[in-house]
Design a protein around this ligand. Structure first.
Ligand SMILES: Nc1ncnc2c1ncn2[C@@H]1O[C@H](COP(=O)(O)OP(=O)(O)OP(=O)(O)O)[C@@H](O)[C@H]1O
Ligand SMILES: [Mg+2]
Length: 238
């Protein structure tokens, strides 16, 4: 059997003396979109922090392209082709768009060219002029700028924390199209944490539902939302 592109197994994490993740595992193939849902505080962002390398798990391991990357720091994982986006799209407010692209091109070797930057921008249809100060960018432009900067490095896996947060419906439709293109045309494996069920229903090949640090259901969106455990988690939490 072919090894998965990206996987984790038996991940547990303590924060502030409390167990916030317990025995989490999944695997992801090229071109596949795994959706992660769950009530506030379920542990979704904490899981991405382990997968991207900011937190070390108490137990378990993370593998990428056949290699155990559990002990690798964030920047080493990025260089291997693991991209990450954040719940809040923070850009450096002192830079312009053009300066941001240049910083990303030169963030590590091999340094990339302007053509690579244009390629990244083109993938997400980012058309804001390079002289624009980042401080003037709206949420959607910030998300696109950060995504363009990731994509010009041609990652194999993208971890995305609520990419539709703070966007209006027309923008969410565009995110939907972008994610479809990244997974199905560019063959990138995508792990997406998202509250908007309709977005996940449209793009996720399968979903994993978390509650209080554990996986409580897994499968097709239409099946998991009917699961009694999932309904209980949502009704109790909201
Ligand atoms: N640095 C920290 N120290 C202590 N506890 C933390 C820390 N970060 C998160 N937690 C706790 O861990 C649990 C999981 O938080 P996490 O942010 O991973 O949830 P989430 O599923 O991403 O929630 P949301 O949907 O609100 O983004 C919560 O109970 C949270 O209060
Ligand atoms: Mg979160």
């Amino acid at each position: 059997m072919q090894a998965p592109l990206f996987s984790c197994d038996n991940l547990s994490l303590d924060l502030g003396g409390r167990e916030v993740l317990r025995k989490i595992g999944f695997s992801l193939k090229r071109g596949e979109v795994l959706g992660i849902i769950g009530p506030n505080g379920a542990g979704k962002t904490s899981l991405l922090e382990i997968l991207s390398g900011r937190y070390q798990p108490k137990t378990g391991r993370v593998t990428f392209k056949g290699e155990d990357i559990t002990a690798l720091p964030l920047f080493r994982r990025a260089r291997l082709g693991l991209g990450r986006t954040y719940q809040t799209p923070i850009v450096c407010e002192d830079l312009t768009v053009g300066e941001t692209f240049k910083a990303a091109r030169q963030a590590f070797r091999p340094y990339l060219t302007r053509f690579d930057a244009e390629y990244g921008a083109g993938l997400v249809d980012f058309v804001t002029p390079h002289a624009t100060p980042n401080a003037r960018l709206k949420t959607f432009e910030r998300r696109k700028l950060l995504l363009a900067n990731l994509l010009m490095r041609r990652p194999d896996v993208l971890l995305m924390d609520e990419p539709a947060a703070g966007l209006i419906n027309a923008e969410i439709d565009e995110i939907d199209q972008i994610l479809r293109m990244l997974s199905k045309e560019m063959n990138i494996g995508v792990v997406i944490v998202e509250h908007r069920m309709e977005l996940l229903e449209s793009i996720a090949d399968r979903v994993m539902v978390m509650d209080a640090g554990e996986v409580i259901a897994e499968g097709l969106m239409q099946d998991v939302i009917r699961s009694p455990a999932v309904r209980a988690a949502y009704f109790e939490a909201h």
